[in-house]
Design a protein around this ligand. Structure first.
Ligand SMILES: [Zn+2]
Length: 334
């Protein structure tokens, strides 16, 4: 009798375990974090620099972009990548429907975002960003996370913001505060185009003020900061340290950084990517496109030669992105 009961309850138990696993939101819906696979966590498919007042879907032809970009996605699919995180924010060329088409055609999982890019004197900010409060901005972003982006049925998988190099201006701080409120409501991770340490730590302080653990924060373009002690300090606090503009000429810098973080026991806080792409609608046929292969061609072989193991590579390109992008409200203990 007891055995029968156990047999009957087992599928229920297994289903409960499955639903408890953290999710990641791709343009084709939620997946378990364990299915993210090998990931490039910071790339671009299309970026439109014309400015928030003039950009829009009329600026590019989706099939022209697909024709140009698809071969580059198929190329990394072939290399064993499963996921590409697309970091172009709203008002800079984010196009959820285009990403969905490219995801379906390439077989790659693609992740898009919600949030605003606040440096460059607000060139990429909608006017309402100046008049509204952080709460009102967060409300707009939470709506996208809850109801989908416009009528695309695509949901954002993280929050993408950007701030000045240093120090934060009020408009930058407002965007960070809106990101904090959105994180607390949705569990979406905050990826912030930052660069130097000063604005990185200023942002971490804002997170803390909102009761959010630094592990909700990806310090984007941390490679611009040359003082590795700052990287170590932020990683010890829990923040993700993203060296995300890899090109072949940066090989030594990236390898040295990985070795340092390994020595410090902080390899589980490191993210690597290219910040490559992208189709530029202002240029004929989208201009020159930088592909996403340099990490596989140069960085991974060099890391292995310098003493990192295959499990370390798995940590960097599979486990860390899954941990960084899983939906999870990362709150400080009261
Ligand atoms: Zn970028």
């Amino acid at each position: 009798m007891k055995k029968t009961l156990l047999f009957l309850l087992l599928p229920v138990f297994l289903m409960a375990c499955q639903t408890q696993e953290s999710q990641i939101i791709t343009v084709n819906g939620a997946i378990p974090a364990s299915e993210l696979g090998k990931t490039l966590h910071h790339e671009h498919i299309l970026v439109d620099f014309i400015g928030a007042d003039s950009t829009g879907y009329h600026r590019w032809n989706k099939s022209e972009v697909v024709k140009k970009v698809l071969p580059y996605l198929l190329e990394i699919k072939q290399m064993g990548y499963k996921t590409l995180v697309e970091c172009t924010p709203e008002y800079l060329g984010r196009d959820p429907e285009l990403l969905k088409i490219l995801s379906e055609k390439s077989g790659l999982q693609i992740i898009t975002n919600v949030g605003y890019y606040s440096p460059w004197n607000g060139k990429f900010l909608p006017k309402h960003c100046y008049s509204e409060t952080p709460l009102q901005l967060a409300d707009r972003w939470i709506k996208q996370a809850t109801n989908g982006i416009e009528d695309s049925e695509v949901y954002p998988g993280f929050i993408k913001i950007a701030v000045e190099r240093a120090p934060l201006k009020p408009i930058n701080a407002k965007v960070v505060e809106a990101a904090c409120l959105t994180h607390k409501a949705t569990g979406l991770t905050i990826m912030s185009h930052t660069g130097l340490a000063v604005p990185a730590f200023q942002q971490i302080e804002i997170l803390k003020r909102y009761g959010i653990h630094p592990s909700a924060f990806i310090w984007t373009h941390a490679n611009n900061e040359k003082d590795n002690n700052k990287h170590i300090e932020a990683a010890r606090m829990g923040a993700w340290i993203a060296f995300d503009k890899f090109m072949e000429q940066d090989l030594k810098e990236y390898v040295d950084f990985a070795l340092l973080m390994k020595k410090e026991g902080l390899l589980d806080k490191v993210l690597f990517s290219h910040d490559a792409g992208w189709f530029d609608p202002a240029k004929p046929n989208g201009g020159t496109f930088r592909g996403y292969t340099a990490i596989d061609n140069f960085l991974i072989p060099a890391l292995l030669e310098s003493g990192l193991s295959q499990p370390d590579i798995h940590q960097l390109f599979v486990i860390n992105p899954a941990q960084a992008f899983k939906i999870n409200k990362r709150l400080l203990p009261n």
